[in-house]
Design a protein around this ligand. Structure first.
Ligand code: HQG
Length: 179
């Protein structure tokens, strides 16, 4: 179990942030070759087999990774800081979405709204519980309720990642409920 978590964290690093860490080629849509991934992880002292990779993909708590239909390639479903085009279709969001953050960012969020910071999107969830978990990574969580349907009506685009995360490019202040 600990091994799987360790592998999942390392895969997040490679598939979302730093493919260059093991010198692997990532295509414009975020895919890397499964064979090359296994080979290069092993040469960089991160033991990996196809069976382990499959176990991580299918048991991962957040379903962070996906194989291509032919299992030749793998990519992260969201969360990238490297520039990739996930080719997600625009979707109509639910009326409200939630974002979990912490007090130290609140002044900036009140001023500028939610920005994607290092990542490619702002991450939102349809349920409060997920937002609490996301915020808790950094301390006592503060939950913001987003008027997603109103944003959508005003022309903002939303995407829904394969693992259920709602994504958008920004959330202007007027759509954020701060209480
Ligand atoms: C904050 C994890 C200052 C924002 C999670 C957040 C999620 C601002 C931080 C996923 C700001 C960015 C993403 C502004 C937003 N000024 N700070 N204008 N606008 N922020 O990690 O949403 O486990 O990039 O509130 O579970 O925390 O990696 O985003 O605190 O789903 O799969 O800037 O990462 O998923 O932090 O987390 P992040 P996030 P994984």
């Amino acid at each position: 179990m600990k091994d799987l978590k360790h592998i999942s964290k390392f895969l997040s690093l490679i598939l979302r942030h730093k493919p260059e860490e093991i010198g692997i080629h990532m295509d414009a849509n975020g895919w890397v070759s499964v064979d090359e991934l296994i080979e290069k992880c092993n040469t960089h002292n991160h033991k990996l087999t196809f069976d382990l990779l499959e176990e991580v993909v299918f048991t991962n708590d957040k379903q962070r990774f996906t194989f291509s239909d032919d299992y030749m390639s793998i990519r992260a479903n969201q969360g990238h800081t490297v520039q990739v085009d996930l080719q997600l279709d625009a979707q109509q969001p639910p009326e409200y979405l939630f974002h979990g953050t912490v007090a130290k960012f609140m002044d900036a969020i009140r001023e500028n709204g939610l920005l994607k910071m290092q990542r490619q999107h702002v991450h939102l969830s349809k349920d409060l519980e997920t937002a609490v978990k996301v915020g808790s990574r950094r301390g006592r969580p503060i939950i913001l309720k987003i008027n997603a349907a109103a944003m959508h009506l005003d022309g903002y685009t939303f995407y829904h990642s394969k693992n259920g995360v709602w994504l958008c490019h920004e959330v202007p202040v007027k759509y954020i409920q701060f209480e």
